[in-house]
Design a protein around this ligand. Structure first.
Ligand SMILES: Cc1cc2nc3c(=O)[nH]c(=O)nc-3n(C[C@H](O)[C@H](O)[C@H](O)COP(=O)(O)O)c2cc1C
Length: 340
């Protein structure tokens, strides 16, 4: 069953006026999918697109590319990078999208899925799923502003009813979205219950634009099962790409990990963070990364606690050396206690 996966993923997919050559994409993740992590991932390969961290549409006009923690990229990734924006105001979202287009990035993604209270209180993110007309107005305004591929990332809505995402998907497609990423969980549910993959199938069947399925793909078997059972056009990988930055390359048949990969990758991530961020930001982001990376180890809580207690990057290096010198035992499936 697994050997089928590279041939399923390494197939061209047309999105708007463009074509990508791999159907596996990195899902957007705040404080995790930053420029340093994307450089780490790029070293392995295995993705068709990279989605960046969400950015406030209102702030984008004021963000300088150098110095911004999240609105920044390397030239080498520009043509694969989709910037995600959040906001509630259609003209502000259109302005931000125009800037993303002017910068020469691959595409823009609208965040209609974040259910964090601070975002929803501003009527942004998943709050927009309660006001589908307003959400569609945003899609329409952005569509009129740019010609680059326009994505919408959304979830089931606020009630567990498949008719809701089906209706939303149709509205987004008719307002001009080029592709959808669908995470089939209701908004208040922050990953405690399994996602309803059967809803991905319903969304896929409801629209003619490409649909990326998302949620709880942990390994190659899951990925193939999502493609086969839902008919989705591609798969967006979130937390597992952080836990195993080589996993996407493995899924497309580019890479087979050796036992030293856990140690090398932990140090490589630290080097890249030091290169891209000031020490305070690098430390904060490394601790966030460490939460998901911990899931790889039988005694992951030990790793996470050690990194979590560090006060500076030198101490992180020391803890990494001590942890890996002890030849930590790895898990085949991630330890779910870390997969918040
Ligand atoms: C720490 C964290 C931050 C996230 N930030 C975003 C975000 O900024 N925008 C977004 O659309 N989704 C965000 N997500 C959701 C992921 O894109 C994805 O939908 C979710 O993790 C399920 O996919 P997975 O099971 O492959 O991780 C975030 C998820 C996590 C764990």
């Amino acid at each position: 069953m697994r050997s089928d996966l590279p041939s399923q993923l390494n197939r061209p997919l047309t999105i708007g006026q463009t074509t990508i050559d791999c159907r596996l994409v990195l899902a957007p993740m705040t404080l995790l999918g930053h420029i340093a992590f994307r450089e780490l991932l790029a070293g392995f390969g295995g993705y068709g697109l990279l989605f960046g961290e969400m950015c406030s549409a209102k702030r984008i006009p004021r963000e300088a590319r150098t110095g911004s923690a999240y609105f920044s990229w390397r030239e080498a990734e520009r043509r694969h990078l989709v910037m995600q924006i959040f906001g509630a105001d259609p003209p502000a979202m259109a302005t931000a999208a125009r800037i993303i287009e002017e910068k020469g990035l691959y595409g823009v993604d609208l965040n209609f899925g974040c259910s964090v209270a601070t975002i929803c209180k501003q009527s942004c993110g998943a709050a927009l799923l309660k006001t589908p007309d307003q959400a569609a107005r945003i899609v329409d305004a952005v569509r009129r502003a740019v010609t680059i591929p326009l994505f919408v990332k959304f979830r089931t809505g606020w009630t567990d009813d498949p008719a809701i995402p089906v209706d939303l998907a149709r509205r987004f497609a008719s307002a001009g979205a080029d592709a959808l990423t669908f995470h089939p969980r209701v908004a208040p549910d922050r990953r405690s219950r399994p996602p309803r993959w059967d809803y991905i199938k319903r969304v896929k069947d409801a629209v003619t634009i490409p649909v990326f399925g998302n949620g709880d793909v942990f390994d190659e078997t899951d990925c193939l099962r999502m493609l086969k059972t839902t008919g989705c056009d591609g798969v967006a990988i979130g937390r597992m790409a952080i836990a195993r930055p080589w996993l996407m390359a493995q899924m497309v048949g580019l890479h087979s990990p050796d036992t030293g990969i856990y140690r090398r990758t932990a140090f490589a991530m630290l080097d890249l963070m030091e290169r891209h961020f000031d020490d305070r930001r690098a430390l904060r982001r490394y601790k966030k990364f460490a939460l998901y990376y911990s899931a790889n180890f039988k005694f992951g809580h030990n790793f996470y606690k050690r990194i979590g207690n560090t006060q500076d990057l030198k101490a992180v290096k020391g803890e990494l050396a001590a942890f890996f010198n002890g030849n930590p035992e790895t898990t085949t499936r991630p330890n779910m206690n870390f997969f918040l």
